[in-house]
Design a protein around this ligand. Sequence first.
Ligand code: AMP
Ligand code: MG
Length: 355
Amino acid sequence: METRYLTIRREAPDEEIMQIAAALLREGRLVAFPTETVYGLGANGLDCAAVKAIYLAKGRPSDNPLILHIAKPEDAARLAREINANARALMAAFWPGPLTLVLPRRDSVPDAVTGGLDSVAIRLPNCPVARRLIELAGVPIAAPSANTSGRPSPTTAQAVIDDLAGRIDAVLDGGPCGIGLESTVVDCTTPVPTILRPGGITREQLEAVLGEVEIDAALTQPKETPRSPGMKYKHYAPKAPLFLFEGEAEATAAALLAEVKAALGRGEKVGALVDETTALLLPQETVTVCYGPRGDIKAAAARLYTALRSFDRQAVAVIYATGVAEDGLGLALMNRLRKASGYQIRCIKGGVDHG
Ligand code: AMP
Ligand code: MG
């Protein structure tokens, strides 16, 4: 199949192009499109065959459920059989935006979307292209990230093409995504809402509205089985092994530098993903990708996935990365980095390596 490449202005999407893309979706075809988080691979969420085609194109395990994207808040009631007070408060505060709510499903939602669960995940995105596309399609749009399963999510149309060219019907190129990490997934079926996946809406923002939120145990203890099926799979991984260094910035930078030098000494092609201050310390032959200024978590989040993909293109043998503080968007960024590392983490405290 030939993948159509359609360029679109993100803030003022061309109606004719949007109509073409919406018609493809209504016909049961696959269209990748930008959102404020990452690029999504869309299909008609009420069409079983179209939803199954998403799993096939991505190579996604069939028990990993999909998020349904809607164009207006009222559409949630057609998919969820109950929307409780917590869910309503979150919708009012954060929709449209990077927040996905897990709610009890209606029978009309296909099993192919929910992976057979009794709940459904719903999001109202903020990106004008995404919203107009969903509105014109006239159906909820199932849309996981538009990458091959297990790979870093795409934040540009080119990254979508790199993974899925020839496997999907079209991609709408609306430029790079602003946030660069996926939506926060919150389970609203528990008495205290539970974060299943940290993302674009922070824990602090959720707490300001709800008073209290829980964090799924699997997010802090990787051996726990997560309640969000998607979190158990290998994710966001570049091709080379990635080692993550966590801890106080100066000590971490020193430990990473020692590791980089040792690997270069063994003749390896070494990648480093670090802040600008640490980058200045590294030997010139290091393939260095910068997050941006130390402490600027927003910039780091927006660059993470393109950075991981650039290491693939440069065919490095090993990647060493520093972490960030875990407040705000840092919780989501660290979650992605830890998964990308396959939990190969070195905790550096005050210059002492704690393994
Ligand atoms: P993706 O769209 O690929 O970024 O992933 C969607 C995420 O939402 C995955 O981690 C899924 O496991 C999660 N998810 C989707 N539907 C549900 C649901 N009904 N219950 C819990 N988690 C869900
Ligand atoms: Mg994904």
